[in-house]
Design a protein around this ligand. Structure first.
Ligand code: BV8
Length: 254
């Protein structure tokens, strides 16, 4: 059954030369990775992720925050990129100037083959020293939770951006510059509320780009988008690639 895709959107996509794609937790939902709001099941259901994903929470209870990330890391290690991630690799290869901006920390875009991309909120697979800030590839196996930095003995933490922390400057500048110059901005699987990322589609609109939203639920962006499709990313994106006649890398049922 082919999904309803407006002809005007297909025309805009096939003629787009500079495309920015923004993704959020919704694109990994079908890989079995719960979205940021749904992440809380079992013992974690009693916590608000926005309370846990902060330097204050880590300073107050480093073991609790470290164990929450360990739990999420294990969920991600048991999952893999889905057809939506692979369709974005096809799009990257078909569009002359393309940038993928992700809020996700699961690394699935890189794993699927995306290369013209920035991770604005870091990556759960990387660990850094809470005190010194440098990424740590190894630490001595001890009973400490969280483990300690081998050079300063400070606690280790995931290399992700917590609420109240700045986004990596270079990545943020790359995202804003590409957005200001794009002719099509596509927002996929994000509630579009977390700042400063949520201001990207508004900047695109202000600079004259068309905006496409692909999201299961209505969001604050839906009324501003030129097209807002209430579909699952892993169904709609491969269908877009098919209708545009672009080659695909996805292995069936990947
Ligand atoms: C900063 C990493 C300053 C950690 C994350 C201005 C106004 C108001 C508030 C602020 C503001 N400026 C700053 C703030 C504070 C804050 C903020 O934005 N708060 C919000 C709550 C209002 N922002 C910050 O703190 C940022 N830092 O601005 O610092 C500064 C500057 C310089 C120096 C020092 C400080 C940092 C924000 C980064 C926080 N870290 N993640 C971790 O993951 O543990 S954010 C985290 O939540 C995610 O990364 C993601 O970005 C966000 C959740 O959003 P989504 O990805 O959209 O996920 P969500 O579940 O919400 O939605 C999923 C959607 O998918 C749903 O709509 C659903 O319908 C859809 N969906 C589901 N399945 C599918 C689907 N769609 C399609 N297909 C499907 N199958």
């Amino acid at each position: 059954m082919s999904l309803h895709i407006p002809d005007e959107l297909l025309t805009a996509l096939s003629s787009a030369e500079r495309v920015v794609v923004l993704t959020g937790a919704g694109i990994s939902a079908e890989s079995g990775v719960p979205t940021f709001r749904e992440a809380q099941t079992g013992v974690w259901a009693q916590y608000d992720p926005r309370e846990l994903a902060t330097p204050q929470a880590f300073a107050r209870n480093p073991r609790l925050v470290w164990e929450w990330y360990e739990w999420r890391r294990k969920l991600i290690q048991q999952a893999k990129p889905n057809l939506a991630h692979h369709a974005l690799v096809d799009l990257e290869q078909a569009i002359p100037a393309f940038l993928l901006v992700t809020q996700n920390i699961d690394g699935f875009h890189w794993l699927a083959g995306s290369r013209d991309m920035v991770e604005l909120h870091g990556n759960i697979a990387r660990t850094k020293c809470f005190e010194e800030g440098h990424v740590v590839g190894w630490w001595p196996e001890t009973d400490d939770v969280p483990p300690r930095c081998s050079s300063c003995d400070g606690p280790l933490r995931p290399d992700v951006v917590w609420f109240g922390e700045g986004i990596p400057e270079q990545a943020l500048r790359t995202a804003f510059d590409a957005t200001a110059g794009c002719d099509l901005f596509i927002s996929i699987g994000t509630s579009a509320v977390v700042q400063p990322v949520a201001s990207l589609p508004l900047l695109a609109k202000r600079m004259g780009a068309r905006v496409l939203e692909i999201n299961r639920d209505q969001t604050a962006l839906s009324v501003l988008a030129d097209w807002s499709l209430r579909d699952k990313a892993s169904q709609l994106l491969p269908e877009l690639i098919r209708r545009l006649g672009y080659p695909t890398n996805a292995i069936d049922g990947a």
